[in-house]
Design a protein around this ligand. Structure first.
Ligand code: URA
Length: 262
């Protein structure tokens, strides 16, 4: 049993880590990041000097398109993403969050990235924002737990790994993972796509406009009718926007019922 001084010291250390944003233990064994490594022994001088090629100024972005396009079904895509080692976000994540709901659903929802609960459970939208999302879609008769495609939902995210401290996804992370997202859409073949919030809408609708301008504006993603909706996390913070979100949900309902006239 540690003595009281040790206990308070450890508690203060934990508090300090929380302050810094270290809010998750991602592996059973701890890593001592303060340990000093023994300095590497100096290489012996060689007689002929090595030619050092200057680094190119543009960053080399790995093109994941061939890997994504080679996947012939959703199971293969899930496996390819789980085995993909080119995105540093994966190292800090517990799970690769691939999807939830019914892949035969007419409606596919695309969010931003997993949060803490999603990272733990390996499923998208299961925290507070996810509960809000479920309520929003239940109001127009859709659910991720439904078997019938016409009342079901299929849910994924732009990124399958949680960014540290839920920071915004970086453009290079999105660029790296976008080919997998596009393949995901091609394989799921929904009738309608909902881009949930800013990053998802900007990634798929090729717009610089923010969600407050884009919400409810129908367009196409890979030839499939698509509409941006306010992210449920935003609606939790700004409940006064629920009225607009409801109008957007009703416009989706009208399309699902074939009542939309261009
Ligand atoms: N927010 C998202 O955009 N996706 C999730 O899976 C959870 C929260």
């Amino acid at each position: 049993m540690p003595n009281a001084a040790q206990f308070h010291h450890d508690l203060a250390l934990l508090d300090w880590h929380l302050e810094l944003g270290v809010d998750e233990a991602i592996s059973e064994a701890s890593v001592n990041r303060y340990k000093l490594e023994a300095p590497a022994s100096k290489p012996k001088p060689t007689t002929t000097p090595e030619v050092i090629t200057p680094a190119k100024s543009e960053p080399v972005v790995f093109d994941s398109t061939p890997l994504a396009q080679a996947c012939e079904n959703l199971a293969a895509l899930r496996a390819a993403m789980g085995a993909f080692e080119h995105c540093p976000l994966k190292q800090g994540a517990r799970n690769t969050v691939f999807c939830d709901g019914n892949p035969s659903a007419r409606v596919m929802i695309i969010g931003e990235a997993p949060g803490r609960e999603e990272d733990r459970e390996g499923k998208p939208f299961i925290g507070k924002a996810g509960q809000m999302l479920d309520k929003m879609f239940a109001a127009i008769g859709l659910s991720r737990h439904e078997e019938a495609p016409e009342s079901a939902l299929y849910i994924t995210n732009v990124l399958p790994w949680r960014p540290p401290q839920n920071r915004d996804p970086k453009p290079e992370e999105i660029a790296l993972m976008k080919p997998f997202l596009l393949r995901h859409i091609e394989l799921a073949q929904p009738d309608f796509i909902i881009t949930m919030g800013n990053p998802s809408t900007k990634t798929l609708r090729d717009t610089s406009l923010g969600i407050t301008k884009m919400h409810g504006q129908w367009g196409e993603v890979l030839g499939i009718p698509s509409v941006p909706l306010f992210h449920p996390a935003y609606l939790l913070r700004s409940p006064e926007q629920k009225r607009l979100a409801w109008a957007d949900l009703l416009s989706l309902k009208a399309r699902l019922e074939g009542k939309h006239h261009a």
